[in-house]
Structure formats: structure tokens, C-alpha cells
Design a protein around this ligand. Structure first.
Ligand code: LLP
Length: 421
């Protein structure tokens, strides 16, 4: 079900007209649908019923404490990449035995914190990291459970900044070295090798790269077994793509280019499950975006419109400090009026107030005609939205709201000017 929808001419989130939220809490404002998050999580988990599994939510996508608490209550595990994320996961109630610690550059103090917290597994990415984890574990009189992140050299066919499974990427241990590094790890005193980890990239919109990666992982698990290294655990990473264009339809909105339409999240899981299950290993997944992306919108207010002879600009009160994805990746987000008051359209650039040409949300985009004080919703911004906010231009970070039916909760206050000094 879609929890953001038009009811006649007005955008609603669950049982609340979004314009009321903009009025009451001001803009820029992140608004999330609780039930969309829960539905998304269950859609990934459903095909795994009957399989020994954990769906670890990747905190990096959105680490608002209320959202983390919600997912912990749903029974999610956690994929963390820093002491900060581990701290948030533990505080939100994720069971330590369902936490994986990933990342190419773990610090010694972070390793110690994770060991003392009894997390389930470190996904290790280099021999030097293995040595350090072993040393710290031995010093604490513990054994660290390890999964080795192997880079399968598979093209995820995504944006180059978020493709991680190619030879030239910094992530993991190359496939050719895998056997030797597994053998090396197995001999280290502070380490117990339990599994293998892959994550080939993010915003993947086809199942084929996943199927290829599953074949690679299953093949390697079999080879390792022949060599006497018995793995019990596969962490297959995240990366399930979502639909960014055509997030919403209304007859009054301009036609959107179709863009990439990924299959539903459960289809990705179903496509790899038989191959991975055959290994006899428990299966962990680390979805981030597919759990929260379409559960969030960023509301902004039109400050001014202007024309320079060549272009028309819609200047809004949100900027690249509030949502970085368009500036960083030229990412596409549908932008819609919160109230549809006209069926006339204009080709415009939607830009923010920040002193950078890269401060845009859309360029040469057909948009419903807008005027000062109209509210616009930037769609599908629940993932990698708030987490990438900054105080650039000394702009306070926006507030965050969680809607559940008719209930509205402020889950993060807007920063104040006082907090900037
Ligand atoms: N596991 C690992 C090891 C990862 O590096 C990532 C994402 C995930 C899981 C979660 O992937 P997801 O299911 O969300 O695709 N800022 C970028 C995305 C960066 C993704 C980084 N790693 C964006 O806004 O598109």
C-alpha cells in the first residue's frame, strides 16, 4: 500500500493532510510514514520465512532513533559502520547478537567497543584489519567472530559512486585472494571465522547482478568447505533499488519519464534464496534504502519564482544541506505540489538558497505552476536524506515527523540558531 497519496487535490501521509504538517511544524521538514516503513521491512522479510535469517537494517540510510526503535521492535537486526551507529543501534534496542559491523576503516577503539558489546560479527575487509581485530580480541580475552567481505568483481549497474563490488573499488578482499585470506584468518588466535560478506552496490534495479553474486558466494562457500573451512553464515549485503520517478500519480501532474522501475523488494530476495539456501548457511541481508526511501518526503516552501530570459527558477526554502542527493549524484526525485491548484505546468529549475550552483533539486523539470508560499514535496527522500544533512551556510538542520494513522510525532526537533554557535 502507498501511504503517501493524493486525496482529490491534496497530498496526504497516512490519515494526515501534509499541508497541516507544513503549517504546524514549518519547512524544510522531513515527514515519514510509520506504516510504510513497517510494510517495507515485512516485504523483504516475508520470503525468508522458514529460512534461518536476519534482516539487518542498514542504519546509514536513516538513523533517526524513533525509526530505529520501530525496526528493532519489528525484529530487525542492524548493519552498523561506526561506533556512532553501534551506539544508536544498542540504545534503540537491537539485540547485540543481531548486529554486524561493516566498513573498510574500523578504528581500534571501535573494534574494542563492538567486542565489549558482544555483537555477532565483524565484516572484515583487509588482512591488516584482521590482525588488529585479532590483537584487540586477544587482549580482551575474547574471540571475534568474523565474516570476510569478498569483492566478487560484479557490475551492479548503478551510479559509479555507489557501486562497490568492482575490482577497482576500495571495498572487500579481491575474489582471487579470498581462499588465502580465509586460511590466514582461520589461523589468527583472536578470531573465529564464521562467514562471508558481499555487498555489490546500492540502488540496484535488476535482479541479475544479485543472482550472479549469489552464485559466486555459493561457489566460494563450497570451495572453502573442500579446503576444510566450514562457514555457517552468509551476509549478502543490501542494495535493493527503489523507484524514484513516478512516485505519485495525479491527472494534474506533468508526465514523468518512466525511469528505472525495479521489481518489488521480495523478488530480489526470492531470486537469490534457492542458491544461498543450498549452502546450509544462515542468511543475513542488509537493506537500507528499500526500507525507508519511499516512506519519507521532504517538504519545502516556495520562497520566490524568477526568470532570467533563459530559465525559470523556483527558489525553495530547502537546500543541498537538507538533501544532498541531487547535488552529489545528480539524483532524480519527483517533486510535487502539496495542493494541486492548477493543471498548468512550467519547465523550471527547483533550487535552494545556498550559494552554490550545485544547490538544486531538479533542473529543466516540468512542474505544476507554483507561486510564493506554495508547499512542494520532494518524494522518496526517506533514505540517505536526513543522514546527509549539514549545517552548510549555517543553516539549522530540519525537523523530522513520524505519522502513524492520524497520530503525528516530532521525532527530531528542528535545530535552533543557538545550537549553531
Ligand atoms: N551494507 C553495506 C555494506 C553498505 O555499504 C550499504 C550501503 C548497505 C548495506 C545498504 O545499502 P542499501 O540497501 O541502502 O542500498 N548515499 C547513497 C547510498 C550509499 C550506500 C552506501 N552503502 C545514496 O544516497 O544513494
Amino acid at each position: 500500500m502507498q501511504y503517501f497519496r493524493y486525496q482529490e487535490q491534496e497530498l496526504w501521509c497516512e490519515e494526515v493532510p501534509v499541508s497541516e504538517l507544513a503549517q504546524e511544524f514549518g519547512t524544510p521538514l522531513y515527514v515519514y510514514s510509520k506504516n510504510q516503513i513497517v510494510d517495507n521491512f515485512r516485504a523483504v522479510e516475508a520470503p525468508l520465512t522458514g529460512t534461518d535469517h536476519t534482516v539487518c537494517y542498514a542504519l546509514k540510510a536513516n538513523s533517526n532513533p524513533a525509526i530505529l526503535t520501530l525496526l528493532a521492535q519489528e525484529g530487525a537486526g542492524a548493519d552498523v559502520v561506526s561506533a556512532g551507529e553501534l551506539y544508536l543501534a544498542l540504545k534503540a534496542g537491537f539485540a547485540p547478537g543481531r548486529i554486524a559491523f561493516a566498513g573498510v576503516g574500523k578504528r581500534e577503539d571501535e573494534i574494542e567497543y563492538a567486542l565489549n558489546s558482544s555483537i555477532f560479527v565483524f565484516n572484515a575487509e583487509s588482512t591488516q584489519e584482521l590482525q588488529l581485530i585479532s590483537l584487540v580480541a586477544a587482549r580482551l580475552g575474547k574471540k571475534a567472530r568474523i565474516g570476510l567481505r569478498i569483492n566478487p568483481d560484479i557490475d551492479a549497474q548503478s551510479h559509479p559512486y555507489i557501486t562497490t563490488g568492482l575490482k577497482e573499488n576500495k571495498f572487500g578482499i579481491s575474489a582471487g585472494e579470498a581462499m588465502a585470506v580465509f586460511q590466514y584468518a582461520a589461523g589468527l588466535p583472536g578470531i573465529e571465522v564464521v562467514g562471508i560478506h558481499t555487498h555489490i552496490g546500492s540502488q540496484i534495479v535488476k535482479v541479475e547482478p544479485f543472482v550472479e553474486a549469489a552464485g559466486f558466494v555459493a561457489g566460494l562457500v563450497a570451495k572453502l568447505r573442500e579446503a576444510g573451512i566450514i562457514l555457517q553464515h552468509i551476509d549478502f549485503g543490501g542494495g535493493i533499488g527503489v523507484q524514484y520517478s513516478n512516485a505519485l500519480f495525479h491527472e494534474g501532474l506533468p508526465h514523468e519519464n518512466p525511469g528505472a522501475i525495479p521489481p518489488p523488494p521480495g523478488d530480489f530476495v526470492r531470486a537469490v534464496l534457492p542458491t544461498l539456501k543450498e549452502t546450509g548457511c544462515s542468511l543475513w541481508l542488509e537493506p537500507g534504502r528499500s526500507i525507508v526511501a519511499d516512506a519519507g518526503v521532504l517538504l519545502t516552501t516556495v520562497l520566490y519564482t524568477k526568470e532570467n530570459g533563459l530559465k525559470k527558477f523556483v527558489i525553495v526554502d530547502g537546500g543541498m544541506n537538507d538533501l544532498l542527493r541531487p547535488a552529489l549524484y545528480d539524483a532524480y526525485h519527483q517533486i510535487v505540489p502539496v495542493k494541486i491548484t492548477t493543471y498548468e505546468h512550467d519547465k523550471v529549475d527547483v533550487v535552494g538558497p545556498i550559494c552554490e550552483t550545485g544547490d538544486f533539486f531538479a533542473r529543466d523539470r516540468m512542474l505544476a505552476k507554483v507561486k510564493r508560499n506554495d508547499h512542494l514535496a520532494i518524494m522518496t527522500t526517506g533514505a540517505y536524506g536526513y543522514v546527509n544533512t549539514s549545517n552548510y551556510n549555517a543553516r539549522p538542520r530540519p525537523a523530522e515527523i513520524l505519522v502513524n494513522g492520524e497520530k503525528v510525532r516530532v521525532i527530531r526537533e528542528r535545530q535552533t540558531l543557538d545550537q549553531l554557535f
